[in-house]
Design a protein around this ligand. Structure first.
Ligand code: BES
Ligand code: MN
Ligand code: MN
Length: 466
């Protein structure tokens, strides 16, 4: 396979791009909201669509049941046994589309809209992760179409529960370790620095997510008859949540920073040179000022420092008009983003101790873990990272930056731990893609370059072995 030309593959990608967009539109039409049981059948349909597509391009593809959403597993073993072996990972589930009234077009009726940087595809899952996983599916298809075979060995794993904590992933990886083990895991589920600014992600934050439920009075009480003399669970909840942060932005859990590794000065230097448009970044969120730990740049806070956010809070009367009650219950969802070498389970214990010391004894409470993922760093000197660098440089005409990512892709740590494999994070999203928000989009330019980059990467990976 050595010496098989990448040029005709890149040309085929360009020629076939309109059809590649049409295929992505088809996948985006399937409302695969993995977390919502009402969409369970639709979510499975997305998995079946992928199996069919992978079979159509010549993969041995199977739908593998789990206790939750099925896994899509596929292989192409036609390349010589000594060729590099890549495991591609993606997720076909998407976030719930609400609030629906904020979408300019329905979330599962993909719209191609002209934006300031060319046409973009607007739909739930456009960039996270259907559009991104299709970049490598299309690249693999183009190689097969042009050369009849791939220049490397390829396995594929696509799950349907990434957005809801991947409960069934780890047991699946363990049970199928031999089948899935490869030289490196390739993932497109992160971002770039700009539409013409390619990047490879080398650090991902981990996550520890919880629901905290408080119960005070045995029923909602008249706030005149009881107010001032009995505990209000909303007040208690607000106090403990407010106490999670110190005045200077640091997180107040005792021991929380003990395992935090300070950023390598060489990486800090590298990040300092990244042309990060802080104003533009805040602008995409409709904000003018950043917050966070003193003495750290915004990029460092996002990529290399832990944080804590309340993601939801409820309790009491929230309907129209007024109702004078002291509520029986109050609750919140909160998450911590973690950095090497923090352990999500240990953070859970720290949080539990913190709450136990603050919640008055006559309130019942429970802390329910909702998903854990470890932070990761990937080696920056691996041959696969080198191959990816060359591929991106070729397609973008510019060396990729090595960046961090504030979001979490827990599978990377699980694959490292269970299969002993590093991940290669080649993402094509942009900061203004509205990931998890209404009007999520993927720039068609990013989709096209993503496909080209993966096609070029296959050629580079083929040179590594064999
Ligand atoms: N693709 C995202 C991770 C991501 C977010 C990368 C933003 C780049 C920028 C992934 O699908 C995701 O949303 N992960 C969750 C993990 C959680 C559900 C365990 C996250 O980060 O909140
Ligand atoms: Mn994703
Ligand atoms: Mn996501």
């Amino acid at each position: 396979m050595r010496g098989v030309g990448v040029e005709p593959v890149l040309a085929a990608v360009e020629r076939d791009f309109a059809a590649a967009v049409a295929r992505l539109v088809e996948l985006l039409r399937i409302p695969s909201v993995g977390t919502d049981p009402a969409y369970a059948e639709d979510t499975k349909r997305a998995a079946i669509w992928l199996v069919d597509r992978l079979r159509a391009i010549g993969f041995e593809a199977t739908l593998r049941p789990t206790a939750g959403m099925p896994m899509v597993v596929a292989h192409d073993r036609e390349a010589p046994a000594d060729a590099a072996h890549l495991l591609y990972y993606g997720h076909y589930d998407v976030q719930p589309p609400d609030p629906l009234d904020e979408w300019k077009s329905p979330p599962f009726e993909p719209a191609i809209v002209e934006g300031p940087r060319g046409p973009r595809l607007v739909a739930r899952g456009a960039v996270d992760d259907k559009g991104q996983l299709m970049t490598w599916v299309e690249a693999l298809a183009a190689w097969k179409a042009v050369h009849g075979r791939l220049p490397v060995r390829v396995s594929i794993l696509i799950e349907g529960e990434e957005e809801s904590a991947s409960e069934n992933l780890e047991p699946f990886l363990v049970a199928n370790a031999e089948e899935l083990r490869a030289d490196v895991c390739v993932i497109s589920d992160t971002g770039m620095l700009g539409i013409d600014e390619p990047a490879i992600t080398t650090m991902l934050r981990g996550i520890a997510y919880f629901e905290l439920r408080l119960r005070g009075p045995s029923r909602d009480l008249h706030s005149g008859m009881f107010g001032g003399a009995v505990p209000n669970p909303i007040h208690v909840l607000c106090r403990v949540l407010a106490a999670l942060h110190e005045e200077d932005g640091r997180i107040a859990l005792p021991g929380f920073y003990d395992r935090v590794v300070d950023l390598d000065p060489a990486i800090r230097d590298q990040w300092q040179r990244i042309p990060f448009d802080e104003k533009g970044f805040l602008d995409t969120a409709g904000l003018a000022r950043s917050v966070g730990e003193a003495g750290r740049t915004v990029l460092e806070r996002l990529w290399a420092r832990p944080c804590c956010d309340v993601n939801g809070i409820w309790g009491g009367y929230t309907g129209e008009g007024s109702k004078t009650v002291i509520p029986a219950r109050a609750a919140a969802k909160l998450s911590f983003r973690l950095v090497p070498e923090q352990d999500p389970h240990e953070v859970g214990e720290q949080l539990r101790a913190f709450l136990a010391a603050r919640i008055p004894a006559d309130l019942d409470w429970e802390l329910v873990p909702m998903g854990m993922g470890r932070p990761i760093r990937v080696p920056t000197d691996s041959p696969f990272l080198g191959a990816a660098r060359r591929a991106l440089a070729r397609v973008f005409g510019k060396e990729p930056a090595l960046i961090g990512c504030g979001g979490s892709i827990p599978v990377t740590a699980t694959i490292h731990r269970r299969l002993g494999m590093d991940s290669l994070l080649l993402g094509f999203g942009l900061d203004d893609d509205r990931v998890h928000s209404p009007n999520e989009k993927f720039e068609l330019a990013c989709y096209r370059k993503g496909i080209l980059a993966h096609a070029a990467f296959l050629a580079e990976a083929a040179k590594l072995r064999g």
